[in-house]
Design a protein around this ligand. Sequence first.
Ligand code: 11C
Length: 327
Amino acid sequence: MKIAIVGATGAVGQQMLQCLEERNVPGELKLLASARSVGKKFTYKGQEIAVEELCEESFEDVDYALGATGNDITKKWMPWAKKNHVVVVDNSSAYRLDKDVPLVIPEINPEDIQKHHGLIANPNCATIIALVALNALRKEFGIKRMIVSTYQAVSGAGVKGIHDLEVQSKDPSVPSTAFPYQIAYNLIPQIGDFDDLGISKEEWKMQNEGRKIWHDDNLLVSCTCVRVPIFRSHSESIFIECEKEVDVEKARALINEAAGCVLKDDPKNGVYPMPLDTTNQDLVFVGRFRKDISDPTGHSLSLFCCGDQIRKGAATNAVQILQELIK
Ligand code: 11C
């Protein structure tokens, strides 16, 4: 069995390589990237693998592919993979909302994987982190509406984002390459282009992808996405309005048992989720539970969560899907 990582030299592609090794996924590995990365070598399971140029013939000997390229490049190579009957798990947003493409978080809707026609999409990182944190609460209380504010790390914008923060932390006058403004010592309330409603592409993903993953076309989400000067791990402040009255103690107990979650909720003793603590591991930390005091019905809950968006928000989630596929 041969697995290809397409976009192997980027932040997500490199993390996919590490996750495949950590999880001891069987099979040979092929690393594909653009011409300028050809010849770069990476160690996988003790062996050096050279990066090959992504081209039409790349998929002839490949069984599964993990996609870590942007939308435009993904649309170019997807027909090449399809022609060779390669089963693809793709991290771009190019096909996420297509009807015949399952959009999967393995802790939530693993059964959708089997409905694939050669392509399974990995959700947006902020969506994955929020939905993993909320899934058990949704099952118990029923979520009607969510208000989410994200605090998204620069590595969500890839290696250029990491470079901008590193360089600008020392010299703020260096222009950004990944962001519209200086990111060091700043916040930027824009991730993706805005539409006529003033909502950014990233902000739409939480509702559109959330509806598809939870199979709930009535889910309502208001989202504000903000880029913050943090290297790694996205954080999210979340308000949920539920069908049933919520119980804070019950919520804590549910998160304590929930797949993919770690309960971090003892604020008086300084215990709450923080992005430094979730960096370079696969679980979503959830805490700061409190009833929303502005809702007298008691149906609303506020919380805070953090997760490593390159791991669980991208590479780990894709590798988990692959593991389900080859099980
Ligand atoms: C960011 N969430 O932090 C974005 C990156 O839809 O997969 C991933 C965009 C996506 O900039």
